[in-house]
Design a protein around this ligand. Structure first.
Ligand SMILES: [Zn+2]
Ligand SMILES: [Zn+2]
Ligand SMILES: [Zn+2]
Length: 484
């Protein structure tokens, strides 16, 4: 509870007498919900406020709204936004399934265990010291950065790693060297022989239909024109998940061994539709979809359908063979969203479960194609589970809990969350007394004001200097896994 908020409420109450003379309007449901979310976004600490205070805050911002406390309560309940009863909030962790991962080479210090409660997880096989190197791995599925796609298309960034090709680099490299790194067919370019060697085959199947001319009588697995259309669409819509699963599926259909397909389908799996239910019951962040929290459901569904139709066009064979349908597409989106690290999917790292105080440090190489290294963040005993943080540990406990519930479907019960919630509860109940004192002061002031006329009166709280206001953290901030 911050001083500003208390002040707002008091000023608002005092001014209420005046507001009644202004023309009042009855707000729409969505306007009310949006107003509440706006308040939460600006100051996450307001998430713990009860309905009467939230109602007060909404009224202070929309003085002409005819809005009862009861209506705010009913609506918050309807949208599942009542933070007071977290047990009623939607979680979906129990609907996430996973299978034993095939063909995985594990480093000797680590083992995988599957439990009914937590699914798959990584555990230490022996005692590990703080700072010890645990393993390194290259991406299982690497996805070139969508953000650099315009540069890539114009030959200004590497078609694979996305590295910018500055004038200097091109000059220093010399014309003949660069010529070897150009694509023969389109205007795209690679920064190095490694990037070109790794990417050129998939590049050709995705971006031009000239690959394997000898097999022109057999249908291709990938329709390049359809892929380019999808890529432009994803760029326009900033829909990174659709773009990423298309790249991933292109890898899968190009992998003759079938290992990548088996590994991807063994990952923690969930439908995007299921995840979306959690978003609908929260102001939390979700993907990097624009539109924010309460994106209207119908609008959302038509977007998914549009995405699915573009996706199906890229892989006509898989559609014919019945490997892709709308449901499976939704599962691919959901599975990508819960397993990716900065749009890249790692086989071993994706087995790490979450803790707000993780015992490992995951270091991503600055060159995204190179992968990551994992170290022990503290001493770890044999048999202990290895963990990473899916969210920014410096966020408030409410923020973290919301992000984790929406994005990964569970309510975090780690020690850090438990102790911070307990501490908050303790502070809240000890401040309850002073709040009721305030209420009576407020009433007195209000009466005084009625006697004095329209003089502005604000109330300062000497016990609670205004410096305490928490830094506002936006809900729609991209959720990233951090390892500190
Ligand atoms: Zn490169
Ligand atoms: Zn090309
Ligand atoms: Zn936690």
């Amino acid at each position: 509870m911050t001083t500003e908020i208390l002040n707002n409420i008091q000023v608002m109450d005092i001014n209420d007498h005046k507001e009644e003379t202004e023309e009042s309007v009855v707000p729409f449901e969505r306007q009310i919900i949006d107003a509440v979310i706006e308040i939460w976004k600006e100051d996450p600490s307001t998430e713990t406020l009860g309905v009467p205070k939230l109602h007060g805050l909404v009224k202070s911002r929309h003085k002409n709204w005819a809005l009862s406390e009861k209506r705010v309560r009913t609506l918050l309940k309807k949208y599942g936004l009542l933070a007071n009863n977290p047990d009623q909030q939607y979680t979906y962790a129990s609907e996430i399934t996973s299978q034993e991962t095939p063909d995985m080479d594990l480093p000797d210090k680590i083992k995988v265990l599957q439990t009914s409660k937590k699914g798959k997880g990584l555990y230490a096989k022996k005692n590990v010291k703080k700072g010890d190197f645990l393993w390194e791995e290259k991406p299982l599925f690497y996805v070139p950065p969508l953000a650099n796609m315009t540069l890539i298309k114009n030959g200004k960034a590497c078609s694979y790693c996305g590295k910018l090709l500055t004038q200097g680099t091109r000059g220093n490299s010399g014309v003949s060297y660069l010529r070897g790194l150009d694509c023969d067919v389109c205007s795209e370019i690679w920064c190095s022989k490694e990037c070109k060697n790794t990417d050129s085959k998939i590049h050709a199947s995705l971006k031009h239909n000239v690959y394997h001319p000898s097999k022109s009588n057999t249908r291709k697995n990938i329709n390049a024109n359809a892929y380019l259309a999808l890529q432009d669409y994803c760029l326009k819509e900033q829909w990174n998940a659709l773009y990423s699963i298309t790249r991933i599926y292109a890898d899968i259909v190009s992998d003759k061994s079938g290992v990548k397909e088996r590994q991807f389908s063994a990952m923690a799996r969930i439908s995007q539709e299921t995840r979306y239910k959690a978003l609908n019951s929260s102001a939390g962040s979700f993907d990097n979809f624009q539109g924010g929290a309460l994106f209207v459901q119908e609008q959302q569904e038509s977007l998914w359908k549009e995405g699915f139709s573009l996706f199906s066009n890229v892989f006509p064979n898989s559609v014919d063979e019945g490997k892709i349908n709308y449901d499976e597409f939704m599962y691919m989106l959901g599975t990508f969203n819960i397993n990716n690290l900065d749009s890249v999917i790692f086989l071993i790292q994706s087995h790490l479960n979450h803790n707000c105080e993780p015992n490992t440090t995951v270091k991503l190489s600055s060159n995204r194609t190179e992968g990551l290294k994992v170290y022990a963040a503290r001493d770890i005993k044999a048999g202990e589970e290895l963990t990473t943080s899916y969210v920014n540990p410096s966020h408030t406990v409410q923020q973290r809990q919301r992000e984790l519930r929406v994005n990964w479907g569970f309510r975090c019960a780690c020690e850090k969350c438990k102790s911070e919630l307990k501490e908050q509860h303790r502070r809240k109940s000890s401040s309850q007394k002073s709040n009721s004192e305030k209420d009576s002061i407020r009433e007195m002031l209000s009466n005084t004001k009625a006697e004095l006329g329209d003089t502005e009166i604000t109330l300062d709280d000497p016990k609670n200097p205004s410096k305490e206001r928490r830094k506002s953290v936006r809900f729609d901030e991209k959720v990233i896994a951090v390892s500190k």
